[in-house]
Design a protein around this ligand. Structure first.
Ligand code: 4AD
Ligand code: MG
Length: 452
């Protein structure tokens, strides 16, 4: 009862008043600095515990952060100490105590506990301090999400999502929600997930691009942000079968305007994370110095120039071939900043790309992230000419009927336009410095994993 007296000068409280006061005292770890020397109530989970004689140290997490609670036997009721003894890892608790400044603590505070309630005493928690293999952890992904590193990754992901929305809205974009069920293959027919749509064939979207192209004629600059699907049979550290992509599409932008815009976006996103996610970067032990170097201008190479560079680095890639994972790693390990590679061979790229004056290459670009991360963006200028586009639909063996609506866009007010798709998971992997994209998404879907 001591807490109520201090805060509100009340000697006795009815149950209704108690409820009200209780709510007013409640805070979160993230806001603890506003309560220095004051009594607070935190609701959360025990993520670690250490006992030293008559003192129990409870590490508490509440979703907003982490803090240590100190329970001293001589200072608390028997019940509270008993609860602290009983509290297992991941038990849910309500902790009440004084927020005391402690410079050594990551949050700058610790809680001198005077009351501890147990909500549920957790059973033996399967994820312990010992090393667990990736399969074990992925099988327990529903629990693994609670771990400090995983917590930090999702926070960075969230900040990047907010950053993308914020940047695009400031740049005058409208969000257009592209459909997930589609009759159109946007990125080739080899990675399509087919579904039965009431007796007809439909596919899960590989990218919202084609629909965004329709929307630029209504809004000028548009973007989407949603799950996209690729039946990728490859087991690499860069591929998921379900991933989140932000597609942007802009009327009256050529391929160069498109590249400039991507550069601006990436620089601002990295700066934002460095500003907003210092705690997370520390938890992830991310070398932020390498991120501080992400400033314009990025290196710009054509495919042919990149090929030369790759050969010098030891790759046996041949003219006309697409970059493999190893090529991307090799090319970007040698650089501190992202690299744009433009003008890929026409033959290896999607049907909608605009061809350059040689007729051999397309006005596209990939953006490769440094430190060996590789492609995070794919984009380019779109073919605007109806005849050329129709020829490409045929060449790629795409069903013309399903693409008639798309061809209409070249019949009515066709203009130069460009766009790109940013893969969120690959961006998060790079920014967080992770070896594999599987940790960047809450519940990864890969060739051999669809659970939990
Ligand atoms: O390069 P992609 O295939 O480009 C498109 O889909 C275009 N239609 C986008 C556009 O112009 N609007 O994919 C874009 C990005 C890649 O650069 C990569 O970051 C990510 O999506 N990506 C994947 N991420 C995880 N797993 C996969 N299997 C991915 N495939 C592509
Ligand atoms: Mg690509």
């Amino acid at each position: 009862m001591q807490i109520f007296n201090i805060h509100f000068g009340l000697k006795t409280l009815s149950s209704c008043a108690w409820q009200k006061t209780k709510n007013m005292l409640e805070t979160t770890i993230a806001k603890i600095q506003d309560f220095a020397g004051k009594e607070v109530q935190l609701k959360g989970w025990v993520y670690n515990k250490r006992e030293s004689g008559k003192i129990i140290f409870l590490q508490l997490r509440d979703g907003s952060g982490f803090i240590q609670g100190v329970v001293v036997k001589s200072e608390v009721s028997e019940k509270t100490f008993e609860n602290a003894v009983k509290a297992t890892m991941e038990s849910s608790v309500v902790m009440t105590g004084t927020a005391r400044e402690d410079k050594r603590a990551p949050s700058g505070f610790e809680i001198l506990v005077f009351n501890l309630e147990l909500i549920q005493v957790a059973e033996d928690y399967p994820i312990t301090k010992k090393e667990h293999g990736p399969d074990f952890l992925l099988d327990h992904r529903h629990l693994w999400l609670r771990s400090k590193r995983q917590w930090a990754i999702q926070r960075v992901r969230n900040d990047l999502i907010l950053g993308i929305y914020d940047f695009l809205h400031r740049e005058g974009f409208i969000k257009i929600d592209a459909p997930i069920f589609t009759p159109n293959a946007c990125e080739g027919t080899t990675t399509l997930f087919e579904v039965d749509y009431f007796g007809n064939k439909a596919y899960l979207s590989q990218s919202g691009q084609l629909y965004l192209e329709a929307a630029i004629f209504a809004h000028g600059k548009v973007f989407d942000f949603g799950p996209t699907f690729r039946a990728e049979k490859s087991k690499t550290r860069r591929h998921l079968t379900e991933f989140w992509m932000m597609d942007a599409e802009m009327a009256f932008y050529d391929w160069k305007d498109n590249i400039d815009f991507q550069e601006k976006l990436i620089v601002q996103l990295v700066q934002r994370v460095l500003r907003n996610c210092q705690q997370e970067m520390k938890i992830l032990e991310r070398d932020t110095k390498s991120l501080e170097k992400i400033k314009a201008p990025f290196m710009r190479l054509t495919y042919v120039e990149a090929l030369e560079m790759l050969r010098k680095l030891g790759s046996d890639i041949k003219e006309g071939e697409d970059f493999g994972n190893d090529d991307e790693t090799m090319l970007t390990q040698a650089h501190e900043k992202p690299i744009f590679v433009s003008h890929f061979p026409h033959r290896i790229k999607a049907f909608y790309m605009s061809v350059d004056e040689t007729g051999k290459y397309v006005l596209c670009n990939d953006l490769l992230a440094p430190e060996g991360y590789g492609e995070i963006i794919g984009g380019g200028q779109r073919e605007t000419d109806l005849k050329k586009l129709l020829a490409m639909v045929k060449k790629h063996n795409l069903p013309q009927k399903a693409f008639e609506w798309y061809l209409d866009l070249r019949r009515y007010g066709s203009v130069t336009h460009s766009g790109f798709g940013l893969g969120l998971e690959r961006l998060v992997a790079w920014v967080c410095g992770l070896p594999h994209v599987r940790e960047t998404i809450p519940f990864p879907r890969m060739l051999e994993r669809m659970t939990p």
